[in-house]
Design a protein around this ligand. Sequence first.
Ligand SMILES: [Zn+2]
Length: 225
Amino acid sequence: MQLSKVYKITGEIVCISNLHIGGSKDSIGIGTMDNPVIKHPITSDPYIPGSSLKGRMRCNMERRLGRYGTSREGKAEPCNCGKCIVCKVFGTLRNSGIGPTRLIVRDSPMTEESKEKGRRFMDEEGKSIYGVKHETAIDRKTGAALGGSLRPIEFVPADTVFKLEMNLQIYDEDNENEMLNFVKRALKSLEETYIGGMGSRGYGQIRLRNLKLNDEPFGLESVSF
Ligand SMILES: [Zn+2]
């Protein structure tokens, strides 16, 4: 098996709604915030982990193609067949001879423009651009709001922009067009669903813009299936 081509996919992720990707509260100290967003340990700027984007794309494509695995308890879990395109592109846990995971998704930092906006807001308003909302916890059985249990949730505000970067590695045995279309479909699925947490409450809606494939602009309009 030989690597025959590498596609670099770049672009921008624009937040249409507020975004919450949970971070660890250990990293910012006790007593500050129960549900912080994930931030870079040194710069403290929020970012979107590559694993988060990749996981969402994988999940969407498993649903679309009906490629689930099933655990012993009968729960849906990631496909681990080691043969299908989902496994090839996103990887498997077991060594199945399909070679390396084809898609490498980088962490997405905020654009310089968005960082600057955050700094300006801090200078002018004296507070962080990242908001905190108190969300009601819902009783899973009855759907009723649980009294007195508003949870503070930190979020990155709508209009924040992050940089997208991923590499798709094509091996000599791969169907290049099929794989590329599959990845475009997976990208489009991000716009159709959400990223991060609490998507069903409207968080994490995004739009992809300025998409480029090896520095050539491309769109997702033509993507079908
Ligand atoms: Zn599979």
